[in-house]
Write a protein that binds this ligand. Sequence first.
Ligand SMILES: [Zn+2]
Length: 116
Amino acid sequence: MKANTKSVAPSRARLPGSWRCDYKKQYLCLRDAIGAADSYMDRVVITRAPMMPYYCPRHYCWHNGHNSRAPLGQAATYSMDCAARERLRKEIAFLSDVIFDFADPENESRHGFRFR
Ligand SMILES: [Zn+2]
């Protein structure tokens, strides 16, 4: 008889009293959970389901997880919106850095711009 060699990482094991979300990152703020989900959806091209935040009453926080119950059309729209938000966040961060560099020209510019 072949032994069951399938292993589960200890942090994801279903232990007595543990929930499936015990190993997941906990976000106190929905905005942070949405940002993390957007970043994931922008980095990962193919997913089995869109990454969406959900509230966890056990941990009193937000987790991110794949929502395989989302209708296909809605999932596709959501995925495109996630990528668009993440790219807008990156653009805002870049432009904020440029403005910071412009406001204080004594700082070493991280973008190679010279303002003097
Ligand atoms: Zn939880």
